[in-house]
Design a protein around this ligand. Sequence first.
Ligand SMILES: Nc1ncnc2c1ncn2[C@@H]1O[C@H](COP(=O)(O)OP(=O)(O)OP(=O)(O)O)[C@@H](O)[C@H]1O
Length: 290
Amino acid sequence: MSVSNTATPRGTESGRGIAPDTVRYNREVPDLGNPVFDISDLSIHYGSNKAVRDVNMKVGPRQITAMIGPSGCGKSTVLRTLNRMNDLIPGARVEGRVTYHGEDLYASDVDPIEVRRRIGMVFQKPNPFPKSIYDNVAYGPRINGVRGNMDDLVEETLTKAALWDEVKDKLKESAFALSGGQQQRLCIARTIAVNPEVILMDEPCSALDPIATLKIEDLMYELAAEYTIVIVTHNMQQAARVSDCTAFFTAGVDDAGDRYGSLVEFDETAKIFSKPADQRTEDYISGRFG
Ligand SMILES: Nc1ncnc2c1ncn2[C@@H]1O[C@H](COP(=O)(O)OP(=O)(O)OP(=O)(O)O)[C@@H](O)[C@H]1O
């Protein structure tokens, strides 16, 4: 697989047409001409259940793409296809196509371990290793055989994760001694320590208080200068605040009575939250549904 970072730096264009209280960041108009991921006609089965159907969307480089929608509509399932985490679920099967920089992510010669190094993941509940703060960050680089000054790498990574100032005097202490928000930033540091291109985040703030949440959002915005981020969130304000593009999913029931998730609409976040094309999106974002 080739990796090319051809995105232009983040711009400063302002104004998205969404409610002013949701706009915290100035974003550039998303460029999807040279996507990191191109998802076409994607369906995901769990055993005989076709749980998510016919998803088509793109993820632009160094952008934040949000996935929103009611519980069970398939957001996490689609997110997991982007770094082949679904491979680890018995009975899970992917149909359709997911390309990563134009190459089939599910081709037989693609190494899923390497995929997961390049495309890291942060989970809902902060899950640091039962190790020191330092070792949480150094763990990935060490097992990847990274040489060089580990102290520098740890400092640089914790700085990028906006955590260095808070932990620099207690690097040898257990990660569990940190607050939930700090633990989540440590997990983000652990993810970026192995130099990925993409960070997938599955409801990274759902276990955090509002202040810790805003810190993570600020961090996401900073990180998007360098990394491509895809976030699943239940918090629509969060999607509106931080993302460049938004995918709205919904859950339905087919003629056979089987429940399934599908993508309703994918567009620039500004458009989704001001002039959605589909009535179901409008109903959801205005709180009339879900
Ligand atoms: N490991 C699994 N095995 C079997 N079915 C699963 C599995 N994970 C998810 N599903 C099913 O796939 C569908 C989509 O679930 P998924 O968790 O992706 O939705 P979601 O939108 O992320 O939900 P939530 O917002 O509640 O986390 C659901 O019907 C769910 O039951």
